[in-house]
Design a protein around this ligand. Structure first.
Ligand code: AMP
Length: 400
């Protein structure tokens, strides 16, 4: 059978990120980004091999942008798409895995929109546009939350009155599921285990950051909660703060909810602590130049990450290894080294030479002998979405 093609789509409120992935290959055939949709500055940027192209899109909306990029895909591929895989941020408790999109799935994504008001409606816009333009191709939804549906109640429940959970769905959901699943599967292969096996701590450190405890392919606990604000220090998000902070700011400064949400989601994290930037590259440089805020931001980031990982370790029966991924986890030897300074309690010991010598963008082991594995694994959420889309289609075909 020739290698099948999947179009992977990640729709934001004014953007569409897309990639055509070929089964069993590590690089996209074609990838790109349509952004500033709905404004006169809308553009489509795409990359084919080493060639990069950019074109204006007028004032295109999502459907119009999709109508432009689909023929583009047709021009550069030799066979029809086997599936379209849509990244969907919040699946609530409805979904434990990939689902073929039908009216019922669309209604459930819509029903979870109050839990992800910025993301789910945008994801649905992309789904509707793709269904309209590609009515004969199977469309699959892959949920950021689905991987974490295996968490036990003692990990996902908040200590709040039961009605808030039972009636209003207030619980911990977790995010970055495709990334944690992908890197822990890769970790099993890298360490010679059966695919998906092993007891792992995974740290996805990008602009958004989360940690996760995974046993034999199942998430047992994770740092993000009802929304992606809970847990680790992130680029501009605070992560955990005292839940009374809202009331304190309202009472003492007279701030309303939108102002507080803006503070916690857009002005905090590395940016807030450093007073300089949310970008780890820039902070590392500033730290070297003696910038106090950058130094503090990186220290807090690493300490809070280590504290989260040590906490998550209680979910596992043993520890086979720790995985770093995401833009920071894959590229920052400094963050890895500073985080590991706090994790000797778990028997984890980093090899400083291996850590600093690991080429950027490459998977590798950076632990000393005798330590559980410490692995750097570039994440590939698009690969995971393409693989899950194809295996769902195969599964459904075998059932029929
Ligand atoms: P992501 O959201 O996964 O693209 O990750 C973005 C984060 O990765 C930003 O904070 C970047 O500064 C950080 N990052 C990317 N490359 C490097 C690098 N070479 N060293 C340190 N941080 C990096």
């Amino acid at each position: 059978m020739s290698s099948r093609l999947v179009l992977v789509i990640n729709c934001g409120s004014s953007s569409i990120k897309f990639a055509v992935r070929e089964e069993d290959t590590s690089q996209p055939l074609l990838s790109g980004l349509a952004e500033r949709l709905g404004t006169p500055q809308a553009t489509l940027e795409w990359r084919l091999g080493d060639h990069k192209h950019e074109e204006p899109l007028g004032e295109a909306d999502h459907t119009q942008a999709m109508a432009r990029l689909l023929p583009l895909i047709g021009e550069h591929t030799s066979q029809p798409l086997a599936a379209v895989g849509h990244r969907v941020v919040h699946g609530g408790e409805h979904f434990t895995g990939a689902r073929l999109i039908d009216d019922e799935v669309i209604a459930a994504i819509d029903a979870s929109a109050p839990l992800a008001p910025l993301h789910n409606p945008a994801n649905l816009t992309g789904i509707r546009a793709a269904m309209e333009l590609l009515p004969d191709v199977q469309q699959v939804a892959i949920f950021d939350t689905a991987f974490h549906q295996s968490m036990p109640a003692h990990a996902y429940r908040y200590a709040l009155p039961d009605d808030l959970y039972a009636v209003h769905g207030v619980r911990r959901y977790g995010f970055h599921g495709t990334s944690h699943q992908y890197v822990t599967n890769q970790a099993s292969l890298l360490t010679g285990r059966q695919f998906g096996h092993g007891a792992w701590l995974s740290a996805h450190l990008g602009n958004g950051c989360s940690s996760c405890a995974v046993l034999d392919g199942k998430s047992l606990d994770t740092s993000m909660g009802l929304t992606p604000l809970e847990g680790l220090v992130m680029g501009t998000r605070s992560g955990d703060v005292d839940p009374n902070l809202h009331a304190h700011l309202a009472r003492t400064l007279g701030w309303d909810l939108p102002r507080i949400e803006q503070l916690l989601n857009r002005e905090s994290g590395l940016l807030g602590l450093s007073g300089l930037s949310n970008d780890m590259r820039q902070l590392e440089q500033a730290r070297e130049d003696g910038h106090h805020g950058a130094h503090l931001a990186i220290e807090v980031f690493c300490y809070r990450l280590a504290r989260s990982l040590a906490g998550l370790a209680v979910a596992l029966p043993r520890l086979d290894g720790l995985i770093f991924t995401g833009g920071i986890g894959e590229n920052s030897a400094l963050v890895r080294a500073l985080t590991l300074r706090h994790l000797a309690i778990l028997g984890l010991h980093i090899d400083p030479d291996a850590n600093s010598r690991l080429p950027r963008g490459q998977a590798g082991a950076v632990h000393r002998s005798g330590s559980p594995a410490i692995l750097v694994i570039p994440t590939d959420e698009e690969r995971q979405i393409a693989d899950e889309s194809l295996s769902l289609i195969d599964q459904l075909r075998n059932q029929s």
